[in-house]
Design a protein around this ligand. Structure first.
Ligand SMILES: O=C(CO)[C@@H](O)[C@H](O)COP(=O)(O)O
Length: 224
């Protein structure tokens, strides 16, 4: 099992003070910055794009930026995000007409490709794509908004994704996103996740360091 990664979703940060918020959450012990891109087409909300990613890099953010594309079409924005400093770029396979081509485009742009699965999307896309990606992201809410409740069937799906990843000899991260809190992160870790996105649970806390520390303790105690 890979070392756990905590990736706060900046969707729940104060956008008026984004650079400071990202600095604070990284200083509080976060590993990655989770960057949610919504287009008001594939999902019913509109957020941020490559210019904001580039602005965070110019601000001095050196931590990995984990870009989650909730957009359709997917491919034409990939070079822009790569140039803006994205580390991983994950997309929803059903939003791309040619998911394998999209994965190749992300890799060719110098980023790590990931596939994202909505609660209702089958893992069957992994049958022929797992060996080409570096990250599997399971949504534990329907994408579009922060602050939603964790969907419990994600636990079985995580176990199935873990089984598939363990059958591969490549290093592939298993990320989970949606309704992750200090109170449920242990069961999510026990089900096989190694990378944890949390928005409201971290940015809604008075003290980011305390909640991140508690999350790490819960993960460590989960008997992974
Ligand atoms: O991608 C999304 C929502 O579409 C997530 O990254 C949320 O931003 C997570 O927020 P919380 O459920 O942790 O508040």
């Amino acid at each position: 099992m890979l070392e756990p990664i905590i990736a706060p979703s900046i969707l729940s940060a104060d956008f008026a003070r984004l650079g400071e918020e990202v600095d604070n959450v990284l200083a509080a012990g976060a590993d990655w910055v989770h960057f949610d891109v919504m287009d008001n087409h594939y999902v019913p909300n509109l957020t941020i794009g490559p210019m904001v990613c580039e602005a965070l890099r110019k601000h001095g953010v050196t931590a990995p930026i984990d870009v989650h594309l909730m957009i359709q079409p997917v491919d034409r924005i990939i070079p822009d995000f790569a140039e803006a400093g994205a580390t991983t770029i994950s997309f929803h396979p059903e939003a791309s007409e040619h998911p394998h081509r999209t994965i190749q485009a992300i890799r060719a742009a110098g980023c790590q490709p990931g596939l994202v699965f909505n609660p209702g999307t089958s893992l069957n896309y992994l049958d022929w794509l797992l060996e080409d990606i570096d990250l599997v992201l399971l949504m534990s809410v329907n994408p579009g908004f922060g602050g939603q409740k964790f969907i419990p069937s994600t636990l079985d799906k995580l176990r199935e994704a873990r089984r598939r990843i363990d059958a591969s000899d490549r290093e592939i991260r298993l990320e989970v996103d949606g309704g992750i809190k200090a109170d449920n992160i242990a069961e999510v870790a026990a089900a096989g996740a190694d990378t944890f996105v949390a928005g409201s649970a971290i940015f809604g806390a008075d003290d980011y360091a305390t909640v991140i520390k508690r999350m790490r303790e819960e993960i460590a105690g989960a008997g992974r």
